[in-house]
Design a protein around this ligand. Sequence first.
Ligand code: PEP
Ligand code: MG
Length: 591
Amino acid sequence: MDQPSLANLAENGGAAGAPSFTLHGAGVSGGIAIGYAHLVSTARLEVAHYEITPEEVAAELARFDDAVAEVKGELMGLAASMPLSAPAEIGAFVNLHLMILDDAQISQAPRELVRSRHCNAEWALVQQMETLVAQFEEFEDAYLRERKADVQQVVERVLKAMLGTGHVPAPPAESDRLVVVAHDLSPADMILFKQTQFAGFVTDVGGVTSHTAIVARSLNLPAIVGLHHARGLIREGELLIVDGRQGVLIVNPDRQVLAEYELRRSQFDLERKKLKRLKTTRATTLDGVEIELQANIELPQDVAEALEGGATGIGLFRSEFLFLNRDDLPSEDEQFESYRDVAVAMAGQPVTIRTLDLGADKTINGADRAGPNPAMGLRAIRFCLAEPQMFLTQLRAILRASHYGKVRLLVPMLAHAHEVEHVFQFVRQAKDTLDAQGIPYDREIEIGGMIEIPAAALALGLFLKRLDFLSIGTNDLIQYTLAIDRTDDTVAHLYDPLHPAVLWLVAHTIRTANKAGVPVAVCGEMAGDAAMTRLLVGLGLRQFSMHPAQLLPIKQLVLHTSVPEAEALAARILRAEDRDKVRSLVERLNA
Ligand code: PEP
Ligand code: MG
């Protein structure tokens, strides 16, 4: 992309004199980014576009042919396994999909595009699909018009078959000056962006505690979600200002606005730099109470940032991110190496590895068992208990890594005591197999549970007496307490960490665990929210785990916090049920 300089753009009043406008959404990550719009398509059927060399054409065609053959096999298998009692329409639908797949428009035309344009096969297939869909849309007959959905479904199957077998597209030139603009991004998309330096992200949909937002935060880049129409209104290459703190996106700013935001950006960067001095300072309150500040990570390479932020441990390793963006499952050895690397890098400080939390907004290929309501479906520990082989593989990998550092095991989404008992049985089984092979592991490995379903908080005793430690997952606890899907921006305004019911559950969990002498942490986004730090300290919390970029700002806050003051105000906040009253007391606490 041939980009004019920032100064020239502003001089002309934005890109090519285009009008300036502002959009509002939810800021999910601090700071200000200034850069050019880079529109990415991540809807299910939109894919990356990249060039291949003439020498790569044959391999690309083979990749495409393999995917078509794989889907054909799948569909034929489906047709063959259809019970006699199945409704005739289902058989007809499978046959229709087989016909579409066999049609030269789908199985041959994209090959021509790959040959003539030297493009990747996914892109060629989607181009061809769009041509076909446009033709279907012209049909008078409603039934025929609707068949475009079948074409899309077949194409989607082929794309899925190709997923993970392609090249990683090269990042666009000067990507650190590009702001990604998308309708939606999945957590898997976001994790891919970790390999590319963009200036910021904005999306039309998504909630502030969706996993997409969480990964954006872990990238430590300004980001905004829930902008509704950004993808439709913004054109490629337009100049954007992303204010991730305020959730404001300015498109084609004029010269004055640009200068103002450039100043704010350098002030923000300066503040961040100054905070680095606190890296080795202990997080102690004004009255000498020690607060543990640990990091949440998604991938082993995030450890570097956690150490930069002075983390005293990994409070949450979201291991499921190792499973995304690939066709197969990571082997035991591969998982072991990832976990061990983190354990070694943390040099004896605790590394809390959460067992797979797949389902809801994080799904893996071929295991799409999320059901009609993914957040309440076969997710996290429920999924693991239903997939014993996969679970045992992970447990063995974690146990093996425990020989190399202070590894702890954390189980997500517990609601029942029998789930804990089942986990213990699996851990025992994994230990037995390691013993039989003479493989060393930490025999005293601690097993903890996430308190993120209201039932678990309310029946805390069940978990306190069985587990070595607890970690409160406020993202899900809020989602389930207030019955709002954390990924759905249409209910994002109802997502309220200060709702009395939420505060009661959090306070009750902390108080009860402290009383029982069972270590308790908060690892949801609340832990890294500076507005909540003093309140949590006042409620008795001494262990926080957050995305690495927040460690130092939160430490600075802790250093200026008085525990008795926080306790007194926290008690009043808990009693005050009125929304405005709660907010004004929190403001006072943070003043
Ligand atoms: C939580 O629910 O608060 C949590 C930390 O887990 P996740 O965000 O991965 O669901
Ligand atoms: Mg959770």
